[in-house]
Design a protein around this ligand. Structure first.
Ligand code: COA
Length: 331
């Protein structure tokens, strides 16, 4: 069968949120903020935070085990493990290698993809390409991040926004039929590198006592700029992905956007002309979980019965880089 007819299909999904919950009321005791301010500006009420002593792969593992069970597959059935993350367990090797070992996946190749909040969509695009070209028959795609590790907990402009979590999907190969990933579009704009970034801890500014003193290993962000570009970019790329799939927005049963801020999601839905009932919103419970946000929301939507066979689902994300993307999937 030629690659032109081959598609990747989502066979299973899973997610994991750490047990520790930090509410807006908890944050009121840590910084000068209020539940009301956070709720009105972001829609966030609480977020989950990874326990001390645990790493990213611990969350990814549970999400992956659930996705494999949902797909009726075992770790040794996997050809590839691709993980979107900016908070790997170690600077190297990749967290996907840590995950691979935890799962006992002995036949896979694995690597991480760094595209911040767009990490899952970028990882999905890479896995989809491997499957369509026949280099892999199956793949585990994970979005997992622990941004709590990169937060300055006394900076009220950032610490209220983020949370930790992991989501996973198992992809298989379909040689014919209508189901599967119909299109994926990705973009970046590197002129915005410093609009949202972690200044120290990389090769340009390695860790030293001064960088630690200055808190340069934490997230620095121009929130207003991110907000503005995010809405515009996600709308544009969603339309491109739909066009490539040969579908109109009216044919989309459910939109699963990156969960950064309720206001961003509402503005995006308005611009796309989609009623909010057709948009998944769980940012109130988890905050912005970076690469995990889209696969966690996808998993929840499936488990809540919001996605039926034949439904077309639009996924989109936006984050640091800036990097953004969209995918159209028929279930
Ligand atoms: N609690 C109370 N007040 C706060 C606050 C907090 N947690 N954070 C900021 N403020 C204050 C500011 O200091 C400012 O005070 P001032 O007017 O006296 O200077 C005021 O609230 C307004 O701040 P501003 O930054 O203009 O608010 P905003 O409406 O732009 O909302 C964000 C801030 C961060 C919520 C919003 O810009 C946003 O969500 N941006 C996108 C960020 C994002 O999603 N990043 C990740 C993308 S993947």
């Amino acid at each position: 069968m030629s690659a032109a007819h081959r598609r990747s299909v989502i066979l299973g999904t899973g997610s994991e949120l750490p047990t520790k919950v930090v509410t807006n009321r908890d944050l009121e005791r840590m910084v000068e903020t209020s539940d009301e301010w956070i709720t009105v500006r972001t829609g966030i009420k609480q977020r989950h935070v990874l326990e001390e002593g645990k790493g990213n792969a611990d969350m990814a593992y549970h999400a992956a085990v659930r996705a494999l069970a949902d797909a009726g597959m075992e770790a040794n059935d996997l050809d590839a493990i691709i993980m979107g993350t900016v908070t790997p367990d170690y600077l190297f090797p990749s967290s996907s290698c840590v995950l691979e070992d935890m799962l006992g996946a002995r036949k896979a190749f694995s690597f991480d993809v760094n595209a911040a909040c767009s990490g899952f969509l970028n990882a999905l695009a890479v896995a989809d390409s491997f499957i369509r070209t026949g280099q892999a028959r199956t793949a585990l795609v994970v979005g997992s991040d622990a941004l709590s590790r990169l937060l300055k907990w006394d900076d009220r402009t950032t610490c209220i926004l983020f949370g930790d979590g992991a989501g996973a999907v198992v992809l298989g190969t379909s040689e014919k039929g209508e189901r599967g990933i119909l299109s994926v579009r990705l973009r970046t704009d590197g002129s915005h590198v410093k609009t949202l970034y972690v200044p120290a801890g990389g090769s340009l500014k390695p860790t030293n006592p001064e960088t630690v003193q200055n808190n340069e290993h934490t997230i620095t962000m121009n929130g207003k700029e991110v907000f503005k570009v995010a809405v515009r970019s996600m709308e544009e790329i969603s339309r491109q992905a739909l066009k490539e799939a040969g579908l109109g927005i009216d044919q989309v049963a459910l939109v699963i956007p990156h969960q950064a801020n309720r206001r961003i999601i509402v503005a995006l839905a308005e611009r796309l002309g989609v009623p909010l009932e057709k948009v998944v919103v769980n940012v109130d419970k988890y905050g912005n979980t970076s690469a995990a946000s889209v696969p966690v929301a996808l998993d929840e939507a499936r488990r809540e019965g919001r996605i039926k066979p034949g439904d077309v689902v639009l996924l989109n994300a936006f984050g640091a880089g800036f990097a953004w993307g969209a995918a159209v999937v028929r279930f």
